[in-house]
Design a protein around this ligand. Sequence first.
Ligand SMILES: Nc1ncnc2c1ncn2[C@@H]1O[C@H](COP(=O)(O)OP(=O)(O)O)[C@@H](O)[C@H]1O
Ligand SMILES: [Mg+2]
Length: 129
Amino acid sequence: MRPGLIIFLNGNLGAGKTTLARGILRGMGYQGKVKSPTYNLVELYNFSRLYFYHFDFYRFDDPIEWEEAGFREYFNTNSICLVEWPEKVGKLLPKADIQIFINIIETARNIEILAGTEAGRQCLNEWKA
Ligand SMILES: Nc1ncnc2c1ncn2[C@@H]1O[C@H](COP(=O)(O)OP(=O)(O)O)[C@@H](O)[C@H]1O
Ligand SMILES: [Mg+2]
């Protein structure tokens, strides 16, 4: 994980998007509480000189709400943005470096991870290694 990365988390309600976000933060060394941004739309984690934004756009009814909320400026080269429900904003969002699709299969989860940019591809290669 490095500054500038934009990661989309796709999956139905209860698929495990927030749980995965929590796991990513734990994996990066963040020890504090990680709560779902469902009501606040965004949670900021400022640690290890990182600005890590965890968004949840489930409550958006119209993509324009994203523009009006002023979230565009958070998507910059200094921050990591992890987005639940990116489809609620759609084409207004900057392109994702990595897209993670979570599907519930009975009691397990199937996870598909795709790179959308060169930065994303580099990242996935490092994760694989
Ligand atoms: N990989 C997993 N395997 C089994 N249960 C999971 C997994 N990921 C999440 N859960 C459980 O599913 C429920 C919903 O998870 P959550 O992360 O809130 O989903 P989402 O953010 O996609 O709505 C929680 O009770 C969580 O503990
Ligand atoms: Mg969630």
